[in-house]
Design a binder for this molecule. Structure first.
Ligand code: GDP
Length: 472
């Protein structure tokens, strides 16, 4: 690339680098200082290209106070498995007065918004659990304003409850405790309030400042109070955004639909997203062809805190990516191309650049065992969460190597890849297609189905420990 831009022969550049003591190959990425030295060596002028010259800089683009208007709070429900997160989400969805009137069909797009009896709006993220929450946060997407911590009145504090508390605290997001299944005769909410003290969650009844409410998804008990408490918390937070500007939204989840192409549910952070808007999202660009809300209705415009499914993206973006509306297609393509180039460069920069480092890298490699995997999941968010969770299992001795990761059914391609390297295929809420299944059986490729991330990571961690052998 550099040779091309200077209209020089690539081989000459490599030769020059060898003379400088750098053993490089033709498509290796070199650092900026080396590139500058090389450009001067060849008698050309240096022109620095910064991120801010090409990419969109949203951080410095702050809205004036006068433009800000109140927006609906965005709520995430977390808690231990089986404590009633899904039931609560469904019950809260049922309180939506709009849905009551129009009798809309529920579309699971990853988030939904309700209109309360009092006319206020609340947005709920529809993927319960803290994995998605933490994954989004790791990608710099803090979309949640309020966390509802679900604890079953008949069960008490469990490992995932504690994890959820820790994740919420780490994010600095206010929490409301919902004591679920309070209709059950064996419910003991007081015990839960006391146990929460051990984790420095002091609810109002214990003269703390964390709101708590006893609810039942089964009888509807406490739902109105919960909604009131969410609105009260939202008021304290003074949530505001400027609706009258080019839209900026966060991808909640994304997938490839056979008929409709790439789809992404986005949550508008500021501005108003309109049909026809041209945008960049992660390394993809596109134009809003249509938008659907969680009731399956077409919407022409989406303002702050409204989740919508967007059609018209060039490829599947990643959960946590920011969608930014830009002035024209040329700009959208330029930014997307620049980001793609940067992403590719990042993947190849780890190559050693001098003989010494090259040898030490080789040596290190000899002692490292690789654990290869192929990952397929139903939605992009899960794929990413799994890749990140597994990558974190890597140690100095054994490294997880993701050969391929993607969204959709397990295909022949996945099987061949796994077979060639002895890797297992991980199917998260997805199954192989007929051809792939045949290949899997014929070649005895290992297939692992999972639908809970931590169970998957536990299993892989055990296998990795086994690979290392007992002597370590
Ligand atoms: P999740 O794993 O946290 O999403 O939990 P679910 O919503 O799937 O609920 C787990 C089980 O608890 C299901 O069998 C529900 O029917 C039951 N459940 C959830 N909420 C309530 C409730 O308020 N009262 C009663 N009696 N059962 C509930």
């Amino acid at each position: 690339d550099l040779a091309n831009r200077m209209a020089e022969k690539a081989a000459d550049l490599v030769k020059a680098l060898f003379k400088m003591g750098m053993m490089v190959t033709i498509n290796q990425t070199i650092d900026q200082d080396t590139a500058e030295l090389l450009v001067t060596e060849f008698g050309h002028n240096i022109q620095r290209v910064n991120d801010s010259d090409v990419d969109i800089d949203t951080a410095s683009d702050v809205d004036a106070d006068a433009t800000l208007k109140p927006r609906a709070p965005v709520v995430t429900i977390m808690g231990h498995v089986d404590h009633g997160k899904t039931s609560l989400l469904d019950a809260l969805r049922g309180t939506d007065v709009v849905r009551g009137e129009a009798g809309g069909i529920t579309q699971h797009i990853g988030a939904y918004q309700i209109k309360t009896k009092g006319g206020d709006y609340i947005t709920f993220l529809d993927t319960p659990g803290h994995e998605a929450f933490t994954e989004m946060r790791m990608r710099g997407a803090n979309v949640t304003d309020i966390v509802i911590l679900v604890v079953a009145a008949d069960d008490g504090l469990m490992p995932q409850t504690v994890e959820a508390i820790n994740h919420t605290k780490a994010a600095g997001v206010p929490m409301i405790v919902a004591i679920t299944k309070s209709d059950k005769p064996e419910a003991n909410p007081q015990k839960i309030r006391e146990r929460l003290l051990e984790h420095e969650v002091i609810v109002e009844e214990m003269s703390g400042d964390v709101q708590d409410v006893e609810v039942s998804a089964k009888t509807g008990m406490g739902l109105d109070t919960l909604i009131e408490k969410i609105l009260l918390q939202a008021e304290l937070l003074e949530l505001k955004a400027n609706p009258d500007r080019a839209a900026e939204a966060t991808v909640i989840e994304a997938k490839l639909d056979k008929g409709k192409g790439p789809l992404a549910t986005v949550l508008v952070r500021r501005g108003t997203l309109k049909v026809g808007d041209i945008f960049v999202v992660g390394t993809q660009s596109g134009r809003v062809r249509a938008m659907l809300d969680d009731k399956g209705r077409q919407v022409k415009a989406a303002g702050p805190s409204l989740p919508v499914e967007v059609l018209g993206i060039g490829g599947v973006p990643m959960a946590g990516d920011t969608l930014t509306v830009v002035e024209n297609e040329g700009r959208a393509r330029e930014v997307a191309a620049y980001r793609q180039e940067k992403a590719t460069a990042k993947r190849t920069t780890s190559a050693p650049t001098s003989v010494d480092t090259m040898f030490s890298a080789l040596k290190a490699k000899e002692n490292v065992i690789e654990y290869p995997v192929v990952i397929k999941a139903d939605v992009q968010g899960s794929t990413e969460a799994i890749v990140n969770a597994l990558t974190r299992l890597s140690t100095d001795e054994i490294k997880v190597r993701v050969l391929n990761s993607g969204v959709g059914a397990i295909t022949e391609g996945d099987v061949t890849l796994a077979q060639a390297t002895g890797a297992p295929i991980i199917g998260f809420n997805v199954r192989p297609n007929a051809k792939a299944r045949e290949l899997i059986e014929r070649n005895k490729v290992r297939l692992k189905y999972h639908d809970v991330i931590y169970q998957l990571t536990d299993e892989i961690a055990r296998e990795m420990a086994g690979e290392l052998g007992p002597e370590r």
